[in-house]
Design a protein around this ligand. Structure first.
Ligand SMILES: *[C@@H]1O[C@H](CO)[C@@H](O)[C@H](O)[C@H]1NC(C)=O
Ligand SMILES: *[C@@H]1O[C@H](CO)[C@@H](O)[C@H](O)[C@H]1NC(C)=O
Ligand SMILES: *[C@@H]1O[C@H](CO)[C@@H](O)[C@H](O)[C@H]1NC(C)=O
Ligand SMILES: *[C@@H]1O[C@H](CO)[C@@H](O)[C@H](O)[C@H]1NC(C)=O
Ligand SMILES: *[C@@H]1O[C@H](CO)[C@@H](O)[C@H](O)[C@H]1NC(C)=O
Ligand SMILES: *[C@@H]1O[C@H](CO)[C@@H](O)[C@H](O)[C@H]1NC(C)=O
Length: 349
């Protein structure tokens, strides 16, 4: 459990002048994953994340730290990074000794995976939350209650978790070392790390949105048509996607469905929102996207009903920005000319 020493880069070094307090919560998180193949063989990966930005990685064939952001090297000197790699080596063997002991004592079998997530979350109101959560095979196992200085079992009735908790709680030295490191991480994060990463985290990438329809199956009873709004390429993560029926926002309910926000490979996000509609009911529909990159305005992508149904019929690849006021324009024009003529603010890439 010495792996938290991975946090050292943020606990060391001179502190920069006091930066502005962040306006949203910022989390620095170290993840470590170990695969225990058998009593003598394990693999380990680690990574550090500032918000959703991967800053460092580590694969323990060599246990060499990789720097994934231009500024990620700055917090330590080359010598300090080398020392840190040594510490990680030692922590790993400590960790695998503990795990091997638990496996022997409880008569458990290989293989299995352990996962750890530790770090600090800094809130705009000046408070912070320090955490260390451990999982086994994807399930919550134990957590450190950092303020109380005690490990707690996440599944209270699980014999393995209770045994591990008791074993770790005997090691008061490691617990107080962890408390100290997590606290220093918070201080370091507050004072300097946010500054280095601020530009990457403040990045604004505009969403690209497409509306298309999924036809009901040709055979079988009449079914509603599914309008799909696919929104992708946006950053940061928070976004609001709504459907408008005749200009009125459709309230949440059975007709709406959403994929939730999913990551893309290039550190942007995507989301799909669908709306079930009765064909031929004479309503007009549009998908409205609100995101911080749009400078207080909205994207509005109308569904063009005159087109035949069919998957993949993109009717509005809309990169342009449309003022919220455009909703009014759409309504006004659709009454005069029919909805399908209207592509407010559209500008194709
Ligand atoms: C342990 O697992 C490794 C990797 O799967 C394998 O190469 C090795 O032979 C195993 N050792 C024993 C003693 O089973
Ligand atoms: C500070 O903000 C966090 C997250 O928004 C919240 O959980 C916490 O209760 C707040 N603390 C105080 C003292 O306002
Ligand atoms: C972060 O720093 C500001 C002043 O720079 C301070 O007011 C705030 O309490 C600090 N927050 C934490 C969690 O240390
Ligand atoms: C205890 O937790 C471990 C790890 O999640 C799991 O493999 C095991 O099945 C659990 N035991 C019981 C009795 O729930
Ligand atoms: C990021 O932090 C640096 C260093 O403090 C500062 O010069 C810069 O203005 C900050 N950028 C943003 C977007 O806040
Ligand atoms: C919502 O969509 C998911 C797949 O994207 C699907 O599995 C689920 O059944 C849908 N729910 C409803 C109520 O249509």
């Amino acid at each position: 459990m010495l792996l938290p020493l991975l946090l050292l880069p943020w606990a060391w070094g001179a502190l920069a002048a006091s930066p502005p307090v962040p306006t949203v919560s910022v989390t620095l998180r170290v993840l470590h994953i170990e695969v225990f193949h058998n009593a003598s063989s394990m693999d380990m990966w680690g990574m550090a994340l500032l918000g959703d930005l991967e800053t460092h990685s580590l694969a323990c064939s060599t246990c060499e730290i990789r720097f994934l952001q231009p500024w990620a090297r700055q917090s330590l000197t080359p010598k300090e990074w080398q020392d840190l790699e040594l510490v990680i080596h030692r922590s790993l063997s400590y960790f695998s000794r503990i795990v091997t002991r638990i496996v022997q004592q409880l008569g458990k079998s290989y293989p299995f995976v352990t996962q750890g997530s530790l770090g600090c979350e800094l809130h705009p109101n000046g408070t912070s939350r320090r955490f260390y959560d451990g999982g086994v095979n994807g399930e919550d196992f134990i957590s450190l209650d950092v303020d109380a200085g005690k490990w707690v079992a996440r599944q209270g009735d699980n014999v393995s978790a209770r045994y591990t908790r008791d074993l770790l709680n005997q090691d008061k030295g490691t617990v107080s070392q962890l408390q100290l490191l997590l606290s220093m991480t918070c201080v370091k994060l507050n004072k300097s790390f946010v500054q280095h990463g601020n530009e990457s985290l403040a990045r604004q990438e505009r969403p690209v949105a497409v509306v298309f329809a999924r036809a009901p199956p040709p055979a079988g009873p009449p079914a509603p048509v599914l309008l799909v709004c696919r929104v992708t390429g946006f950053y940061p993560r928070p976004i609001r996607v709504a459907w408008l029926q005749d200009g009125e926002e459709v309230v949440p309910g059975g007709r709406l469905n959403s994929s939730g926000i999913l990551p893309n490979a290039d550190l942007t996000y995507q989301l799909r929102s669908s709306l079930a509609v009765e064909p031929g009911a004479g309503h007009s529909y549009a998908c409205r996207v609100q995101h911080s990159s749009l400078g207080g305005q909205s994207l509005l992508i109308p569904w063009e009903q005159s087109r035949p149904w069919g998957p993949g019929l993109a009717v509005g690849i809309t990169l342009g920005v449309v003022a919220v006021a455009a909703v009014a324009v759409v309504l006004w024009r659709s009454r005069r000319r029919g909805y399908q003529d209207v592509r407010p603010g559209e500008s194709r890439p």
